[in-house]
Ligand binder design. Structure first.
Ligand code: HEM
Length: 184
């Protein structure tokens, strides 16, 4: 069902705010993860990973879920549809794995933030995990930038389903004729 213009703009405002808020939160996570990787002070390292854990749970996860939900509403409530245009499908294909990986990686973030890990972090025993936090944040930022570019440029290209849905009258007119020519 198509949304009336005012509702569509309200929903779009929510979608853009949550989506780009997600990107901004990933940027702050990246800054904290880089600081955590480079510090030699165990207390500072612990404080940084506590902040990373908080940013992940209190900001990134809610914004990711809100961006996904508002994106689906925006698709279903407008002529863009969910599976009519390749750029919308590409956004879904980027966003679902990104959200899944994010939820999966909250475990390692919690491990780094655990007070019991402070010494292991300081002695470099969790270096691999620390590097992974930085790499994950860079990858997430790139995925979200790609989703933003897709939304703004909206590259042309319809799926077969979208093409059929956009021409219901033409399909209805052609189908009986095609049927009658092939029937005889
Ligand atoms: C499942 C995920 C998503 C879906 C299905 C989706 C779908 C859509 C749709 C259909 C529109 C057009 C709305 C309209 O014209 O009324 C839109 C706009 C937009 N989306 Fe998404 N989106 C998703 C995720 C994201 C993400 C992750 C980002 C960026 C981080 C993003 C950024 C934007 C922006 C900036 C616009 C506004 C573009 C404009 O009006 O020119 N979206 N989205």
């Amino acid at each position: 069902m198509l949304m009336p213009p005012r509702l569509r703009k309200t929903a779009l405002t929510l979608h853009i705010s949550t989506s780009l808020g997600w990107l901004g939160a990933v940027a702050s996570f990246l800054a904290v993860a880089v600081a955590g990787l480079t510090t030699t002070d165990p207390d500072r390292g612990h404080a940084l990973y506590l902040s990373a854990d908080l940013i992940a749970w209190a900001v990134i996860v809610p914004l990711a879920l809100a961006s996904f939900t508002t994106g689906v509403i925006q698709s279903l409530g407008t002529a863009w549809g969910l599976i009519r245009h390749w750029w919308v499908i590409a956004k879904i294909a980027l966003t679902i794995p990104a959200t899944g990986l994010l939820l999966l990686h909250t475990g390692p973030i919690g491990q780094l933030a655990d007070p019991a890990s402070t010494a292991a972090v300081a002695t470099g025993h969790l270096h691999g995990l620390q590097v992974q936090m930085v790499a994950d944040a860079v990858a997430a930022a790139l995925v979200l930038l790609a989703a933003t570019a897709l939304a703004v440029f909206k590259p042309r290209g319809m799926t077969a389903y979208g093409f059929r849905r956009s021409r219901p009258a033409a399909t209805a007119a052609v189908t009986p004729m095609a049927a009658s020519t092939t029937a005889g």
